[in-house]
Design a protein around this ligand. Sequence first.
Ligand code: AMP
Ligand code: ZN
Length: 113
Amino acid sequence: MPGGCVFCKIAAGDIAATVVKRGDGMLAFQDANPQAPTHVLVIPTHHVATLNDAKDAALLGKLLGFARDLARELGLAQKGFRVVVNTNPDGGQTVFHLHLHVLGGRPMTWPPG
Ligand code: AMP
Ligand code: ZN
């Protein structure tokens, strides 16, 4: 675990988070600063810094499937939801541990800011 990675610490249980779902090397927890009625982050429990660094296509497939299943379990599937992966500074990434934002519970707008 890279020292100081907040999401590694959440995965290890060293920083508290409201866990929503876990399993198969993945963890989902509530975003501390929610941007929608439902705003959950999905991470691999091992450290990958950004989408650029995710060389394992199977991992990416598992992450996306995990997020899709989570959205269904949270009751978002029918009305809809958004999955976002901010990458590096222009993408708006602030925590450098790969994560998917799952947002729902309100209509989303386009284009994003
Ligand atoms: P990003 O800007 O895409 O890197 O997203 C990072 C997200 O992590 C933001 O939405 C933050 O609100 C969220 N966040 C940062 N620290 C924590 C934490 N300790 N627990 C839960 N969410 C966090
Ligand atoms: Zn990490």
